[in-house]
Design a protein around this ligand. Structure first.
Ligand code: UD1
Length: 419
């Protein structure tokens, strides 16, 4: 079944919406449950397809997993398998996060290499070299990454780039290693901090989370815990842009606004009124937005995952914007779809020059990945007429209940299922 959305443009979105736990955190937390025998309970999990996919990966390793709405319950046995089921792992890229926990627990991990990605090539060299510093041998064999270690020993690891995935795998491998690991140029994303908080509650000795140097002193064993997943800053940021795009007024709950500090500062430059609360924020846009420039960078920089929404806003802002993508090489594929809607945008290497127009007009467009799809929906909310956004299975992977929330805020969006 290939669903599409019919997005009617022109409505001003108004009201309140609450975000669930972060997609980019829950999968890593589920994987961290492999580190401790017993029952792990995760609350505030988003109901997206990647959660049951990860449950299948964990089941293939010997765990029992129950999915109960926003709660995920994982029973990890004393002995787990080290071979992540190829079919289960191929379903989604984030499954590579089982590499660290499996190497730590079983001293051997075989994980199928995730395939290519619409947003660019996504190598694992930093994951591998980090695990090698800890004493593992790694190689690529028959389409899988294989890691093996008699024992893991703490080491000094300096990443070439603050990769989110490599930081996570090195962390989850080092918590049970002998001695101290110092991870330099580590990623600082809130999802990394969330993972560290869960590992600390499990008994891991970790300091420096949220800074670019994380220190881990290995312990003999960890115990299972109950943990609440951090709010999804990318979904929250998407709502912030939806408010600006539709000259609307949206209050977003379930999120620490500090996780979107730069995003909200950018929206103030655009002309939005922004109020923050302990667990949320409100964005009100009254006038035509002003064009601003963006460049994507690791946290606390502007998130690459919000670049398509920022670009959508630039297409209807007053003035010219230059958007620079520094994280993923092919993240501008959706720009041609934006031009079908009448956007004036020109790609030049890893920059896009956008000249704001007053009007977009509806057309059929195709999503190429989760965030590109959300960016196209935002453009459709502004465009005259009804925009058909195709291949929305991408959007469904990141936005639970998206259509229902949009309609509750005053939009007219219909999901159409075609057999
Ligand atoms: C995670 C997020 C993704 C987000 C990205 C950057 C998940 C499931 N996904 O992806 O939504 O856009 O962080 O914030 O959490 N790289 C290498 N070698 C490596 C590892 C990475 O060259 O070994 C490169 C990648 O190709 C990319 C850059 O580093 O160009 C950033 O990747 P990374 O931070 O690792 O992103 P992911 O963890 O894959």
């Amino acid at each position: 079944m290939k669903d599409h959305f019919l997005v009617t443009g022109g409505a001003r979105l108004e009201g309140a919406v609450k975000v669930d736990g972060a997609k980019n955190s829950v999968l890593k937390l589920m994987s961290a449950s492999l580190l401790a025998e017993g029952t792990t309970v995760l609350h505030n999990c988003p109901e997206i397809a990647d959660v049951p996919y990860m449950a299948d990966v964990l089941r293939g390793l010997g765990c029992e997993v129950e999915l109960e709405g926003p709660d995920v319950v994982i029973h990890t046995p004393a002995e787990i398998s080290c071979d992540a089921d190829i079919d289960a792992v191929r379903q989604f890229r984030a499954s590579v996060c089982v590499l660290g926990p499996l190497t730590a627990r079983c001293h051997r991990a075989v994980v199928a290499l995730p395939g290519g990605d619409a947003i660019g090539s996504r190598p694992l060299d930093m994951h591998q070299s980090g695990l090698e510093k800890l004493g593992a041998h790694t190689r690529i064999e028959h389409g899988c990454v294989v890691a093996q270690a008699d024992r893991l020993r703490g080491a000094s690891v300096k990443l070439d780039f603050p990769s989110v995935g490599a930081t996570e795998n090195i962390l989850t491998a080092s918590v049970l290693a002998e001695g101290t690991t110092v991870l330099d140029n580590a990623a600082r994303e809130p999802e990394i901090v969330d993972l560290c908080h869960m590992l600390q509650a499990m008994g891991a000795q970790i300091t420096g989370e949220g800074s670019n140097t994380i220190t881990v002193t290995g312990v003999e064993r960890l115990h299972p815990v109950e943990h609440t997943v951090v709010g999804d800053r990318i979904v929250a940021g998407t709502w912030a842009y939806a408010a600006a795009m539709t000259r609307g007024d949206i209050t977003v709950g379930g999120i620490d606004p500090a996780h979107l500090h730069l995003v909200l500062e950018k929206l103030k430059l655009v002309g939005a009124e922004v109020e923050t609360y302990p667990t949320g924020f409100r964005v009100v846009q009254r006038e035509r937005p002003t064009a601003v420039d963006y460049q994507t960078l690791p946290f606390p920089g502007f998130p690459t995952d919000l670049q398509p929404m920022a670009l959508a806003l630039c297409t209807v802002s007053e003035g010219m914007s230059v958007i620079t993508e520094n994280i993923f090489e092919s993240r501008f594929r959706f720009v041609d779809e934006m031009t079908r809607l009448g956007a004036d945008a020109t790609i030049d290497g890893h920059h896009v020059v956008v000249r704001g127009v007053e009007r977009l007009s509806s057309a059929p467009v195709w999503s190429s990945d989760i965030r590109a799809g959300a960016g196209l929906v935002l453009a459709g909310l502004y465009a005259d007429g009804v925009t058909q956004v195709n291949d929305v299975f991408h959007i469904d992977r990141g936005y639970p209940g998206f259509v229902e929330s949009l309609n509750a805020l005053g939009a007219t969006v219909k999901r159409v299922s075609v057999e």
